[in-house]
Design a binder for this molecule. Structure first.
Ligand code: HEC
Length: 110
């Protein structure tokens, strides 16, 4: 069977766009979050252990967090008794990137 070149180009473009958007959440995670939460989301980094971070591969941990709470934590940061524990990312990441990161964190669940 013979396909028109325009169709093939459109398919190739769609495929590369899908890959690019998937890489964004993972790049953002690598660049902004792994220092504390770890590449695997378990929070077992040096800082993560000190901060007593949750293990995002634990289904029980995931069940206790709502998407809204996660979005708020990433957007506005997390503080404890007025002390900042995680910074606000609203100046670094767009709302769409934050939404993708919430979905990315959900994927750590084993
Ligand atoms: C300086 C260390 C640090 C960095 C960097 C960091 N976090 Fe956090 N994060 C924390 C701490 C501390 C908490 C609160 C304790 C906990 O929930 O484990 C937290 C909590 C969270 C929560 C849980 C909110 C809830 O409802 O329980 C999410 C989701 C999260 N971080 C995502 C991210 C993402 C995404 C990034 C990168 C854009 C990031 N964090 C970067 C330290 C960090």
């Amino acid at each position: 069977m013979k396909y028109p070149t325009t169709l093939l180009l459109a398919l190739a473009f769609a495929a590369s766009a899908a890959i690019a958007s998937a890489a964004t959440a993972s790049d953002n995670w690598d660049n902004n979050c792994t220092k504390c939460h770890g590449a695997d989301g378990k929070g077992l980094t040096k800082i993560g252990k000190k901060l007593n971070l949750k293990d995002y591969t634990d289904a029980a941990v995931q069940a206790k967090m709502t998407d809204e709470e996660m979005t708020k934590a990433i957007t506005d940061g997390v503080s404890d008794n007025g002390k900042e524990k995680m910074k606000s990312f609203k100046d670094d990441l767009s709302a769409a990137e934050i939404k993708d990161l919430v979905a990315y964190v959900r994927k750590f669940k084993a």
